[in-house]
Design a protein around this ligand. Structure first.
Ligand SMILES: Nc1ncnc2c1ncn2[C@@H]1O[C@H](COP(=O)(O)OP(=O)(O)OP(=O)(O)O)[C@@H](O)[C@H]1O
Length: 257
């Protein structure tokens, strides 16, 4: 189908807003895109490619799609064909992450180690390819889930940032789909018949994140504006909203005991 006029409102405006508001992509950036073969990163490449080719930011930038081979039987040929159809080469990086996580370490909660190893390799490889930015496919529902997970499991009121500079890796991680709801991504993938590869991970959809996703779905059934309100809270909150005591001096604290 390609482009329909409503896509500006539904997709391009929120992505453009994220990019310009948070300075995610700047003139001359070389942007690696982490491609898992899933719907989010496939949509991310789809959008950033169009934004680049149609000069929707008013400046040029480079795109470098990178995929980590997770060392799990996975046919990535549909992803390679899709990337090539847009005029790029997919850089495939071999890893032994699945063996380390499941066989060597036999992790009971494998997701955090897997994500850590993945991030490390992806950041390093993107930098070695001369990229100064690494774009990930995280969207608004990921941000809310991360917030709730931090809150419920670690007692922290925080989600990931739109943009994070990593000193060790010397690369800036960016999340251009930050303002897009997951349902909108699913709609696009279906409409455009984008190739999505089955995720062979044995714990896929059996995680704490999945529990939290269901919780947020329940909340949004009763309070449909929950995602909009979350963005409002993240963008308008100040330190005064928290009980940090940062404005209270040590002397005052001891006097009040
Ligand atoms: N094997 C991989 N190779 C390259 N990048 C990856 C890989 N796995 C994940 N990523 C990147 O990290 C992001 C977050 O990973 P996560 O496993 O949470 O994926 P997700 O939310 O299911 O997204 P997707 O639909 O893209 O798989 C992905 O959107 C992608 O940009």
């Amino acid at each position: 189908m390609g482009f329909i006029k409503k896509d500006n409102k539904d997709y391009y405006n929120p992505i453009r807003r994220a990019i310009l508001k948070h300075g995610l992509i700047e003139p001359g950036d070389k942007v690696a895109i982490g491609m898992s073969g899933g719907k989010d990163s496939t949509s991310l490449l789809y959008f950033l490619d169009r934004i680049k080719k149609e000069q929707r930011l008013g400046f040029d930038f480079d795109i470098v799609p990178i995929s980590l081979d997770m060392d799990m039987e996975m046919d990535i040929s549909p992803m390679i064909s899709f990337v090539e159809s847009l005029g790029y080469n997919l850089e495939v990086v071999p890893t032994n992450i699945a063996t380390v996580v499941f066989d060597i370490r036999q992790e009971r909660s494998p997701c955090s180690l897997c994500a850590k190893l993945r991030r490390g390799i992806l950041n390093k490889h993107a930098r070695e390819m001369g990229c100064n930015k690494l774009a990930l496919g995280h969207h608004l529902d990921d941000a809310i889930e991360t917030y709730f997970m931090n809150f419920l499991f670690h007692g922290r009121m925080a989600s990931f940032e739109p943009k994070t500079y990593l000193t060790n890796a010397d690369i800036t991680v960016i999340r251009p789909l930050l303002y897009l709801e997951e349902t909108m991504i699913k709609k696009l993938v279906k409409r455009e018949a984008l190739p999505v590869i089955f995720n062979p991970c044995p714990v896929d959809k059996k995680t704490k994140r999945e529990e939290i996703k269901n919780l947020i779905t329940q909340v949004s059934n009763q309070y449909p504006d929950v995602r909009k309100k979350f963005v409002q809270g993240m963008e308008q909150g100040t330190s005064a909203d928290f009980w940090t005591g940062s404005l209270v001096t040590g002397d005052e604290l001891s006097k009040n005991r």
